[in-house]
Design a protein around this ligand. Sequence first.
Ligand code: NAG
Ligand code: NAG
Length: 230
Amino acid sequence: MLPQLAVLAKILCLLMVVMCGAVPAMVRSVSLYSTCSSGNVTVIGRAVKAVGRDDNNAPFQKLTTQSEDFSGKLYIFAEKSQRYICFNKRWKLVGLPKKQKSPMCQFYEVYNGSYLRYRSVADGVHYLGFNKWGKPMRNPNGRQECFNFIKYNPHFDIKHHNSLVTSNMATEPRLVVRKPALIRAPKKFLPSSDGGRETHRHRHNRWKIREDEVSPRRRHESRLLEANKY
Ligand SMILES: *[C@@H]1O[C@H](CO)[C@@H](O)[C@H](O)[C@H]1NC(C)=O
Ligand SMILES: *[C@@H]1O[C@H](CO)[C@@H](O)[C@H](O)[C@H]1NC(C)=O
């Protein structure tokens, strides 16, 4: 299908959904990075932990957040394992199949500074959290940063992003989390002209580069915020 047609079809679909108020369910694909364990939330069968990504566990880090209405209550679903992240009766985090879905598997997504937290709907004292070894937190009064997360969209398409940036879009898509260098790189390869103009351009570029050296940090921070907003 032509890309334009595909876009039109999507818009039509969206319009129909909005008009009928048919499907309140929102499903979003994410990875959750636990700041305390420096790993992503990983659900393998019943086990829920936060570990670094590798080839084997990457599919188990693919999560979706699902809401059934506009109450703000979310389920966190692990696609590969087909399990929901839930608390058990002793407030330990476990992966449970759909038939055991309950309010113990529902969370409110709240901000803490620029980080996200997932507070249990069943009991607001409890939050999703992982210690520095990537094990689920048992003590809700434990180290506070262990309850903080950064949300990534692993299916973000960098080519699409670049095409948006180069077509001079003023605002960036909100899901950006990676590799700002890729976007700026082409600047260095500007075709150079001759003579006195070249020295001018050099000076100009040097200034530009220095400017870029200063900003990535700030950029990174704002990116974190942007990522979290999503
Ligand atoms: C977490 O997941 C994101 C998105 O898939 C990925 O970019 C990042 O490298 C992962 N981080 C770790 C520590 O596994
Ligand atoms: C936010 O974080 C601080 C310190 O980490 C903690 O004391 C506070 O209770 C948190 N707030 C919420 C709403 O979680």
